[in-house]
Write a protein of this length. Structure first.
Length: 393
């Protein structure tokens, strides 16, 4: 019987790569629902291409355009947060969670609470609300398959193991476009420079996070939750070629690494086929042609966002929630040209200090409490920006 898949964030970078894999394995899959943010035309195209039964768009104003684009196709359409929730909850064997940012928390959490198998790309779900999210996943008997390339590599490297046999987990970072730049130049990097990632083609938010190394910090927090590994046992190594994605070292000194060319279709196919292997048209790895793999320590001075994320991971409780929310607002502001590249980390640090006592156990106990803190932090970040920050420009 075909595997039924729903895609949340179907029009994005991960959503489109997921669609490629589904289309090249048509006999194995059928698509139940697709959900997107505001691009009605792209969502309708995707729904028709995949033969989805239901298309949900978050922006209610986009519903007439979606209905029109789907006319005669037989795909049902709906709009609003409730419609995206419906897409998450429709019967499916795998829900691909690929909405960007904390907007993905509620629908992803709903799929988890319904006990689904969730292929998780939306790392912000775990950074914002990881403690409660993982507990709810366990209680509901949901399965989480890590789609983020580093976590997927670690998942594949883990094999059968006991937790006490794992010494360390390492995620690699390409280092982004500013890997060799001096701090003064990074501080004033332009939008186009930050969006020019050397190895990966991704959505705007994660591309900016990759340039600041915040993405790697978010990934440490993601790894902490998804693999239940202590913060001290997690590490980052910069690896400019992006061939080795994640490594696990075991108690006997053995290290197992996951390698592939930097193409998200590889981890996506792994999640969609799991435990089987699907075919993909990703370029094959030719190590002799690549010739060398380099590794270096991350520089926490030139990349303060990574330091902030490591501190938030160690502090626990509400700190990762605050980090994630402040960072989302900062990235939006940078993309809109309202603040400079270096201001993103400064702003996030200011907000982390302001919410320094966001230690409420509530954040670890319920996803809704984490989302309430997320909303509070967003408002505070926007307000700091409109006062202290605006005057500088
Ligand atoms: P993207 O910006 O390309 O796509 C985001 C998707 O989310 C779009 O389909 C958009 O319409 C949808 N969306 C936004 N707000 C929504 C809302 N409120 N309701 C419903 N849909 C909404 O982003 P992306 O690069 O595909 O990344 C998606 C997620 O996957 C992010 O969390 C990112 O960190 C993670 N991820 C991405 C990559 C990658 O290679 N792109 C790799 C690893 C992890
Ligand atoms: Mg990643």
């Amino acid at each position: 019987m075909a595997t039924r898949v729903s895609i949340l964030g179907a029009t994005g970078s991960i959503g489109r790569s997921t669609a490629d894999i589904l289309c090249s394995n048509r006999d194995r899959f059928e698509v139940e629902a697709v959900a997107g943010g505001r691009d009605a035309a792209a969502l309708a195209d995707m729904a028709i291409r995949l033969g989805a039964r239901f298309a949900a768009i978050s922006d209610e104003a986009a519903l007439p355009a979606l209905r029109e684009a789907l006319a005669g196709s037989g795909v049902a359409a709906a709009a609003g947060e409730g419609a995206v929730m419906e897409a998450a909850l429709r019967p499916a064997d795998i829900v691909v969670a690929a909405i960007v940012g904390a907007a993905g928390v509620r629908p992803t959490h709903a799929a988890v609470q319904a006990g689904r198998t969730v292929a998780l790309a939306n790392k912000e779900s775990l950074v914002c609300a990881g403690y409660a999210f993982m507990r709810d996943a366990r209680e509901a008997g949901a399965t989480l398959l890590p789609m983020d390339s580093e976590h997927n590599a670690i998942f594949q490297a883990l094999g059968r193991h006991r937790p006490d046999e794992i010494e360390q987990m390492i995620v690699t970072a390409s280092g982004g476009p500013f890997r060799t730049w001096p701090a003064e130049r990074i501080a004033v990097a332009r939008r186009e420079e930050a969006l020019a990632h050397p190895n990966w083609s991704m959505g705007a938010k994660i591309t900016i996070d990759s340039a600041s190394l915040m993405n790697k910090g978010l990934e440490l927090i993601e790894a902490h939750h998804i693999f239940s590994v202590a913060p001290e046992a997690l590490g980052v190594v910069v690896h400019p070629q992006s061939i080795v994605h994640g490594l696990v070292s075991f108690s006997d000194g053995a290290v197992v690494a996951g390698l592939a060319v930097p193409d998200m279709r590889v981890p996506i196919a792994h999640c969609l086929g799991f435990p089987d292997r699907l075919g993909t048209s990703a370029r094959r790895l030719d190590l002799a042609a690549i010739a060398r793999l380099d590794f270096e320590k991350p520089d926490l001075v030139r990349f303060p966002a990574l330091r902030l994320a490591i501190e938030a991971l160690r502090a626990g409780a509400g700190a990762p929630t605050v980090l994630n929310a402040a960072n989302e607002i900062a990235v939006e502001a940078f993309l809109a040209g309202a603040i400079r590249f270096g201001d993103m980390a400064t702003l996030t640090e200011t907000i982390l200090q302001r919410f320094g006592d966001a230690r409420e156990s509530g954040v670890t106990e319920s996803v809704e409490a984490a989302l309430a803190l997320d909303a509070e932090v967003r408002a505070a970040t926007a307000s700091v920006m409109s006062t202290a920050w605006k005057s500088t420009y």
